[in-house]
Structure formats: structure tokens, C-alpha cells
Design a protein around this ligand. Structure first.
Ligand code: ZN
Ligand code: ZN
Length: 356
């Protein structure tokens, strides 16, 4: 974590005298400690975690990257005092997560100019976009847990279950296996409902010989996983097999293309071309992928408009789909870790059509 604070210093050097980090996830990234409150204050020569009584015991136990200080009643005065002590005249705030109300509150601190441009938020996102090996280990643990939850579900998945039943089973399995949280609200859809990429599970019943689309993930040690499988309960029709094959071929093309230096756009196009050439271009209306880490949607983004290049340490999903309203939809989602030479697929369950 000390390395992260050093890298943050380098990114804001010359732009602000100090940085005040209040976002829960960014604070956890810099300190290793989960909490719903607290302030990380980074100066060139020192870093502090100011945190209240509820968390102070734990913070003193686990936080080594910052000097831990208990928050006082006059929090603004306390933060202002630290800024004065270190001679800070400018302080960067997080434009992408801080509320206007909080920014106004900090501005009550005298003799310090608070900067609300993107400098600090962007610096933190840039750091978080390049994962360290220990972060990849945690993401792998989250994915392994989610896959075990899916395998348990597949043993009992059958016609007659509702979408809600399926979502609940997955959620229960993930929690039971030790997930700290769910990556997002589990999507479990069946029949014609699968043509809505982010449909909400309801009491729809799985009919024999129909698709069930499941998009879900677990959080382990603060890190998310993300996967989608579209499985068939019973026997698929020829058309279902054919469309599945196209989506899978597109995903394989994306997986083969993922490497350092490729832009988000080029990666998207690698998969999208397969779907377009098969005549279903209009049925794939979302981006190919997104970054995953301490949040479910991070950078980099693989979409038709992203020029940013991928770099070693990035984690990105490859999730093409074909959605046919009134019929069915298919999405297959894996996620990969960009390495020096290519990528490592973090998803272990194959992308072949599973029938139960
Ligand atoms: Zn997903
Ligand atoms: Zn995703």
C-alpha cells in the first residue's frame, strides 16, 4: 500500500500540494482497510488516515501505509491543521465521487485552495487500472468462488424454476462459499426475457428446452469477479445452437486479440466483426467489455469509441452478445488479465454450450 501512495504522489506532483481522498474504495485501495468513513491525506513527505472512533482500533492494527490519527470533533479544523503543518496551499479533491456539498464543506478550511478538476480521481483510476500481482490473486479467488457457485447451481437447475429461484440460488451459494458481497445484483433470465441484456429476474418460469442467461459475480477481499453464461435447460433448437456458435466465435476472437497495445476499439471490433459478418450486427448493441477490480465497472473500456490502449496489469471483460427480441438472447462473458505478451483468461469454465 505504501507503493500505491508513492505512485499517487508522483501523479499529483506539481498539480497540488496535497490530496484528500474520501471515496470509500479509493481509501481502501490506499490503506487496505474497509470502512464507510475516513480521510486519507497525502503530502509529499507524509500520509495520514484520519478515521473515527468506530474504526480506530482496527485501523491501528492493519494500516501501515499511513499514520493513523483518530478523528476529532472539529474534523475540518483537524484536517486544516495538518495542511498548515505541511505548508500545503492547494489540495486536490476527487471530482468523480465527492458530492458538491462535501466540496463546499472542505472549502471552509482557510488558506487552502481546493481543486475539483479530474487530477486526483483520474490518478487513482489510472493506478487502479494497472493491477498488482496480489490484486490478480484476489480477483482469481473471487472468480473461483463464483464458478463453484455456478457449478452447484447447475446440479439442480431445471425447468419449472423461476428466474428469481435461480438468482437466489447463485447468491446463496456465493455467500455460503464466503463471498464478502455480490459484485452486483445477479441477473438470471429465461426464455424471451434473455433478449434484454440487463433484464431484472422475476417470477418467469424456465420452460423446457429454453435458455437461461446468468450474469453474476462475487467479491473477495474487496475484488470483484464478473461472468455470464447462457445455458440450455433441455435440448436447444438448431437456431439456438447456431446463434450460440456465432457469439462464442466472437468471444474467442476477442480473447485471441486481447494483448498489450491494442486499443479498446480494436478489441471491440475484433469480436464485433464476427457478429456483424454473420448478419447480426444490430443485435449486439452494447460494448464488448469493461475493466473489473475493486469496482465492477472500471477502466479500460472495450467499446467502438475507445482509443485507449490496453496495458499489462489491466483486467477486462470480453462479453459479446446477440439479442433477438421476442425470441432469445445469448451473452457469454469471460474476463482476462492482460500480460506482457497477451492475456491470461481468469475464467475457467469453458464457453461451450452447457445443456442440463
Ligand atoms: Zn457481467
Ligand atoms: Zn461485465
Amino acid at each position: 500500500m505504501t507503493g500505491r501512495i508513492d505512485r499517487l504522489r508522483a501523479l499529483i506532483a506539481g498539480k497540488a500540494d496535497c490530496a484528500l481522498v474520501t471515496d470509500d474504495i479509493n481509501r481502501r485501495y490506499l490503506t487496505g482497510m474497509k470502512s464507510s468513513a475516513g480521510y486519507v491525506l497525502v503530502f509529499p513527505e507524509a500520509a495520514y488516515l484520519v478515521i473515527d472512533f468506530r474504526y480506530i482500533e482496527k485501523a491501528r492494527e492493519v494500516v501501515t501505509s499511513c499514520t493513523v490519527i483518530e478523528q476529532e470533533q472539529g474534523m475540518l479544523k483537524q484536517l486544516g491543521g495538518l495542511m498548515a503543518k505541511h505548508g500545503a496551499k492547494t489540495c486536490a479533491l476527487e471530482s468523480m465521487s465527492l458530492t458538491l456539498q462535501k466540496a463546499e464543506m472542505f472549502r471552509k478550511i482557510k488558506d487552502v485552495e481546493f481543486l475539483t478538476d479530474d487530477t486526483l480521481s483520474q490518478a487513482l483510476y489510472d493506478l487502479r487500472t494497472v493491477k498488482e500481482p496480489e490484486e490478480i490473486v484476489k480477483i482469481k479467488a473471487a472468480q473461483a468462488l463464483a464458478e463453484e457457485a455456478l457449478e452447484k447451481l447447475l446440479q439442480k437447475l431445471h425447468a419449472g424454476m423461476t428466474e428469481r429461484d435461480v438468482a437466489l440460488e447463485l447468491d446463496f451459494n456465493m455467500r455460503r462459499l464466503g463471498a464478502e458481497d455480490l459484485s452486483f445484483e445477479t441477473i438470471a433470465l429465461t426464455g424471451a426475457h434473455t433478449s434484454m441484456p440487463h433484464g431484472v429476474p422475476d417470477n418467469r418460469i424456465i420452460e423446457p428446452d429454453s435458455f437461461v442467461l446468468m450474469d453474476f459475480g462475487a467479491v473477495v477481499d474487496g475484488y470483484h469477479s464478473d461472468m455470464t453464461r447462457t445455458v440450455c435447460v433441455g435440448t436447444p433448437t438448431e437456431e439456438m445452437r447456431e446463434i450460440y456458435h456465432i457469439v462464442r466465435t466472437a468471444q474467442n476472437a476477442g480473447l485471441a486479440a486481447a494483448r498489450p497495445g491494442i486499443t479498446g476499439k480494436e478489441l471491440d471490433v475484433a469480436a464485433r466483426d464476427i457478429i456483424r459478418d454473420a448478419g447480426y450486427g444490430d443485435a449486439f448493441g452494447h460494448s464488448l467489455g469493461h475493466g473489473v477490480g475493486m469496482e465492477i465497472h472500471e477502466f479500460p473500456v472495450a467499446s467502438p469509441v475507445r482509443e485507449q490502449q490496453l496495458a499489462p496489469g489491466n483486467v477486462v471483460t470480453i462479453e459479446p452478445g446477440i439479442y433477438l427480441p421476442g425470441k432469445f438472447g445469448i451473452r457469454i462473458e469471460d474476463f482476462v488479465h492482460i500480460t506482457e505478451n497477451g492475456c491470461e483468461n481468469l475464467t475457467n469454465i469453458p464457453n461451450t454450450l452447457i445443456c442440463v
